[in-house]
Design a protein around this ligand. Structure first.
Ligand code: SF4
Ligand code: SF4
Length: 187
């Protein structure tokens, strides 16, 4: 009979010999297999102490970028939302006030910016579409949680720390010390 993998074997139903009925050879054989695996390189990682290296094309949690002066780059143009095949991005635009020039790079900014991570497929289209280099997908996992509403990420959850005023948090956000939760990341 032809099988899918051709690895099937017929079960040997002949009566056990005296040696087999002692089970010792089978136990020794089993111990030998266990011992052999002791000296093999483990296929698993002791996460979170040891982290698996990321692939160069890994796309993780979104980060909203700032410019050299620490101002938010996003101008709430909506192109990322338009490009998103999962319709995961929503935003509200606002006009920058004259005294807010040190906060926002463009005359318009995102007063509200949200991504629904339960919808997101981490395709990177938002990053591709952005004309302001304002959003990119980092080397950080979206942390797990029990409540669905915790997967609606607000602007504050994704905005990269200001490298001029929050140097340590900024280094973390670049992936130099990957945290296990988003709040640990951006708090
Ligand atoms: S990565 Fe893809 S699915 Fe996720 S928000 Fe960006 S465009 Fe949408
Ligand atoms: S992230 Fe980029 S594409 Fe999306 S609204 Fe902001 S500036 Fe426009």
């Amino acid at each position: 009979m032809q099988t899918l993998t051709n690895r099937s074997e017929n079960v040997d139903r002949s009566p056990m010999t005296f040696v087999e009925s002692l089970y010792l050879p089978a136990i020794v054989k089993g111990m030998g297999i266990t011992l052999k695996h002791f000296f093999k390189k483990p296929a698993t990682y002791s996460y979170p102490e040891v982290k698996r290296p990321f692939s160069p094309v890994f796309r993780g949690l979104h980060v909203l970028n700032r410019d050299e002066e620490g101002r938010e780059r996003c101008t709430a143009c909506g192109l990322c939302a338009l490009a998103c095949p999962a319709e995961a991005i929503t935003m509200e635009a606002a006009e920058r006030l004259p005294e807010e020039e040190n906060l926002y790079r463009e005359e318009k900014y995102a007063a509200k910016y949200e991504i629904n991570m339960l919808r997101c497929i981490f395709c990177g289209m938002c990053e591709e579409a952005c004309p302001k280099d304002a959003i990119y997908l980092s080397e950080t996992f979206t942390p797990s949680d029990y409540a669905r509403k915790k997967f609606i990420y607000a602007k504050e959850d994704m905005l990269i720390p200001n490298k001029n005023t929050e140097k340590e948090d900024y280094e973390k956000a670049l992936g130099k010390d990957v945290p296990t939760t988003a709040s640990a990341f951006f708090d």
